[in-house]
Every structure is written in C-alpha cells, then in structure tokens.
Design a protein around this ligand. Structure first.
Ligand SMILES: Cc1ncc(COP(=O)(O)O)c(C=O)c1O
Length: 399
C-alpha cells in the first residue's frame, strides 16, 4: 500500500504562529502556574443577559431547525436597518448574507471573487486569516507593509503601486487588528478613488466599528454609489456584543457577489445557527447602551496600557485609535540574552515572556510584522498592570 497524499493546499497554508504560544500557556496554567493572558482576541465581558434570554426563548419556542441560507428575514431586515442607521448604507435584503462568524463571510467573499492565480492586496500587519483564506482560494496574497509613522495605514500611492493586471481584490480592515489603526474619511476617499479607477473589488472588514475611541468610523461603501458597487462590507456580532462563541457574522454588497456567497454557504454550513440568529436579532434591535459602556471601559484600558508601556525602557508604542489591541515595537530587545535565552525574533520574545514572566502575548510574526508583539486589553486594569510589571521585570534581565 502506497502513501495517499493529502491535498497540496495544506502545504500552502501556515499553522498559526500563535498556536504554539497558546498551547504552552494552557499547559502552564493547567500545571498551576499563574499566567496573565494578554493574548486574547475577544472581549472579556459576558454576552448581555437580554441577548441570552432571546436564545432561551428560541429554544423554548422550538426554533431549532434549518433557516434560509442567508438567514432569517427578520435578522436580515435588522441588518439592513443597522446599515442605514449606523453607516448611511441602503442595502436591500437580497444584498445581505448572515454567516457563521465574520470569518466565514470573509472566506465566502474571497471564494466568490477569486480564481486561482488572482492577486489579492493585503496591508501588513494583517489579521491572521486573510492571507491564509486567499491561499485556500488558490489566489496569491500581495502584502503591503504599513508603518507606525504613517499610522499603520496604507496610502493611495502604495496601493496603486501594487495593482497589476492580475489584481482582483483588496482587503481593508478598519479599525485594524492588530494595530488599532482607524482610517479617516479622507483616507477612505483616497482609497475609494483608486479602487474605482481599477478593475478590482474591495472587502471592507469593519468588525471593530463600535470600538473606536477618538476618531469616527466610516464605512467606505457609504462614500458613493461607485465604491458601494465594488465593496463587500463585512461585520459581525462577536466583538460588539461579546458574542464570539455564538458565531454570527454578515456581509453586504453587490447582489451578484452576495448570491455567489450564498451558493457557497448553502453547500458548506447551510446557514448559521437558528438560536444564535434569534439572539443576534435581539442584540441588534435591543438597547445599545451596554455597547457604549463597554467602549468607554476599553478606552480607559487603552489609555492605561499605552501609558504603562511607554514607561518600559526600549518599548515604543503606536497609539491605537480602535479595537482592543496595542502593537508595540519590541525589536530593541532582539539580539539580547538572559541565561539560556537568546531573543532573535518576536516568537522568541513571546516565548520568553510566557516562560519567564508568565504573561501570554502574540508574536508580531503571526500578523506578518516581526518587530512587534500584540497585547490585548480585553483584561482588567489590575491584570494589565500586573502583566506589564512582570514584562518590565523580565525585559530588564535581558542584556
Ligand atoms: C479583523 C477581524 N476580522 C474578522 C474576525 C472574525 O470574527 P468572527 O468570525 O468571530 O465574527 C476577527 C476575529 O478576531 C477579526 O479580528
């Protein structure tokens, strides 16, 4: 019997660089070590009670069967209303698809748009799944570096330079995970101008839209009919309503693309969970004061973590305007040593901080930017203070 080879696409897709750290951190916790986890990608708050009650009711009412592929009509209407009220976007129900998290919406959009060989432009640092999803679709990620000096934002000229006859798609995320960068209306107009003068689509991932601190969030598709017709707007309930485990995301865009995404979804997950859809309906239709309260808490934590990081010698930190992450530059520690440790890159540094300080962070390399480390402030101020004091002490040992 010969060896049966698995699909080549597995060779294309990388294992997450975060997996090793997170597995190690879990193992250390299990063995009783005190670990402060600043690596998480989800709010530390619970899902609001009224949303949970809508799910209990759905179960009691027996709302436990398949729903239409794109989602239940009431939820689709609530999403249309949300786009109209919050984002000045007039999408009709046939332009919306509800999916299993924003992650599935993104993947379906990429699958619906890209052919093998197509190029997809992605600003770097990027959210970990964009390049991998592009590769799974057989397309090629084209990465464009962004830097803290330019607010970790890509400008129109850098974008233009990367466009070739093969470019099919540009993926933009604002507020950005991991940098916390938020694109202004002017930035977005310039990008819209480039997209509209070339043959390509745009995915605009605005999943952190409700976690913006000083700037205002703008949906790029709201800047004019022409850009609306080329944009797939992706959002979800995970971050806004602390509903990461419920797996509800959605996309809106040109009917032709949304219908294509539905076709793909109908053969993969069929539809998202019926009970979670009812919970999502209640989240979107219910009072929004909890969202604002949580945003204010995140804003205070953001100020605290940035100020605290600035006090650590050798660390420089971009001031994030959105999401719940900071992305400081730790590269001044590369080349330094302590006992058997030699810090060569962000993965070494994250491993050192986990093992020496008991603090879990995500190495920047997971986001394509090795000088940095991502810390999440989805943790209390006390935890952040304790975590960063440990980090400071561990870093002071490196010589
Ligand atoms: C930028 C970004 N987009 C999309 C997602 C996917 O979110 P979900 O699938 O939970 O809706 C995440 C989650 O971390 C994210 O950070």
């Amino acid at each position: 019997m010969g060896i049966i080879n698995l699909a080549k696409r597995l060779d294309e897709v990388s294992d997450s660089a975060t997996l090793a750290i997170s597995a190690k951190s879990k193992e250390m916790k299990r063995k009783g070590r005190s670990i402060i986890d600043l690596s998480v990608g989800e709010p530390d708050f619970d899902t609001p009670w009224s949303i949970k009650e809508a799910a209990f009711k759905a179960i009691k009412d027996g709302f436990t069967k398949y729903t239409p592929t794109a989602g239940i009509p009431e939820l689709i209407q609530a999403i249309c209303d949300k786009f109209k009220n919050d984002n000045q976007l007039n999408y009709g129900p046939s332009q919306i698809v509800v999916s299993v998290g924003a992650k599935q919406a993104l993947y379906n959009a990429i699958l619906a748009i890209c052919n093998p060989g197509d190029e997809v432009i992605i600003p770097q640092p990027f959210w970990v799944s964009y390049p991998e999803q592009v590769k799974l679709a057989g397309a090629t990620p084209i990465l464009v570096s962004t830097y803290p000096e330019a607010g970790f934002r890509i400008g129109k000229n850098e974008l233009k330079k990367k466009i070739t006859s093969k470019t099919k798609l540009f993926i933009l995320n604002s507020p950005c995970n991991p940098t916390g960068a938020v694109y202004s209306r002017e930035d977005l107009s310039e990008i819209a101008e480039v997209i509209c003068s070339h043959q390509l689509y745009l995915i605009f991932d605005e999943i952190y839209e409700k976690l913006v601190y000083e700037r205002e969030h703008y949906s790029i598709a709201s800047l004019g009919k022409e850009i609306e017709e080329k944009t797939i707007t992706v959002n979800g309930l995970s971050k806004t309503y602390s509903m990461t485990g419920w797996r509800i995301g959605y996309a809106a865009g040109p009917e032709k693309i949304i219908q294509g995404m539905k076709k793909i979804q109908s053969h993969s997950t069929s539809c998202s969970n019926s009970i979670a859809q009812m919970a999502a309906l209640s989240a979107l239709k219910g009072p929004q004061d909890e969202v604002e309260k949580r945003r204010e808490i995140f804003a205070r934590r953001r100020n605290f973590i940035v100020d605290r990081l600035k006090k650590i010698e050798g660390v420089s930190c971009f001031f994030p305007q959105g999401a719940f992450y900071v992305f400081p530059d730790f590269s001044s520690f590369f080349g330094k040593r302590y006992n058997n440790w030699i810090i060569k890159n962000s993965l070494d540094l994250a491993t050192y901080l986990l093992e020496e300080a008991g603090v879990a962070v995500v190495p920047g390399i997971a986001f394509g930017a090795d000088h940095y480390v991502r810390l999440s402030y989805a943790a209390s101020i006390e935890e952040i203070e304790k975590g960063l004091s440990r980090v400071e002490e561990a870093l002071s040992l490196l010589k």
